[in-house]
Design a protein around this ligand. Structure first.
Ligand code: UD1
Length: 293
């Protein structure tokens, strides 16, 4: 968005599983590095349509990497996920053995990491960075860009903002009998702007081989803590009901964030207070756009 970046960046709308179309773009520009974000990301949908998830997420990664090899692009940054750790003990550390994920979406991330690691081994000039995102929430401070899920949100923050705006009646809190301080699930929420800056740092400090980094704050926040923080900082009520656990959910998931700090010189700047403020600012801006349309 030029009003945020101050630059007009060329944009092509293509299916990145289509290698010849990807190659055509690479032929038109001198590319120093690639950040590969594209992929399906809905956990529930991946359980219903595994082939669609494996085909899309794996083939897009292979096609983009093939184009990099063909056009001699060395730097490749991949959007991975904390889900690759499976049910390890918290905090999750990059040196841990990855455990099975609970759904096809997660499996595609683990498989892509493997594909890219093998490709880096076979092509020593490559600099592959695997960024394991924890739970990105919030929005850009301008209120111009943020999260607008299709249909009923699966993730916690967009659900909270839609309950706060009156679009949905109440939030369902999935279980309060976990072995956590208040019984609800604990996650490492990271502001999307911090996450974005993690990619800039990854590009700057990339090195030969394949290297994984956690992008998280290192701090866990429970569902109820996030709801209460949202209510307090935005001065608005978020009605909720405790319901059964959601299948496949972990009790706790948070990062050991040291490696990214030491090797990428990156750490988060924002806390959950700012994440809640920015998510709500975007939601209210979005509501006014919808009303005026
Ligand atoms: C999920 C995926 C993760 C993916 C992320 C972003 C798994 C196990 N998790 O993370 O890989 O990167 O989405 O797409 O594969 N909650 C409620 N009520 C709701 C929604 C959520 O109580 O309506 C709770 C959940 O039980 C959880 C927390 O809020 O404790 C966060 O949930 P969510 O935002 O869906 O993210 P994850 O499940 O952590």
């Amino acid at each position: 968005m030029p009003s945020i970046t101050g630059e007009v960046i060329p944009f092509y709308e293509v299916d990145v599983t289509n290698e010849s179309k990807v190659n055509a773009i690479f032929s038109q520009h001198t590319i120093e590095g690639v950040i590969h974000f594209a992929g399906y990301k809905a956990v529930g949908e991946s359980v219903e349509k595994p082939l669609m998830y494996y085909a899309n997420n794996l083939m897009s990664t292979i096609a983009v990497m093939n184009a990099c090899l063909k056009h001699n692009v060395k730097k490749f940054v991949f959007s991975s996920s904390a889900t690759v750790y499976g049910d390890n003990a918290v905090p999750f550390k990059e040196t841990m053995t990855l455990l099975p994920t609970t759904n096809p979406y997660g499996e595609t991330k683990a498989m892509c990491e493997r594909i890219l690691t093998d490709t880096a081994k076979a092509n020593p000039q490559l600099e592959v960075t695997l960024l394991r995102y924890f739970n990105p929430i919030g929005a850009h401070k301008s209120g111009l860009i943020g999260e607008r899920p299709n249909g009923i949100p699966n993730n916690l923050m967009p659900y909270i903002t839609q309950v706060a705006s009156g679009e949905r009646e109440y939030l369902q809190v999935f279980g309060n009998d976990y072995d956590t301080p208040d019984g609800t699930g604990v996650r490492d929420y990271i502001h999307v702007v911090d996450l974005a800056e993690g990619h800039v740092a990854a590009m700057k400090h990339s090195k030969p081989g394949a290297h994984a980094y956690n992008l998280g704050t290192g701090k866990g926040t429970s569902v109820l803590e996030l709801v209460q923080t949202f209510e307090r900082v935005n001065n608005i009520k978020v009605p909720y009901k405790i319901v059964d656990r959601r299948p496949g959910d972990l009790a706790e998931c948070y990062a050991d964030a040291k490696k990214a700090y030491e090797q990428l010189n990156w750490k988060t700047k924002y806390d959950v207070v700012q994440m809640c403020e920015d998510a709500w600012r975007y939601e209210t801006a979005k509501q006014s756009v919808l009303i005026s349309e």
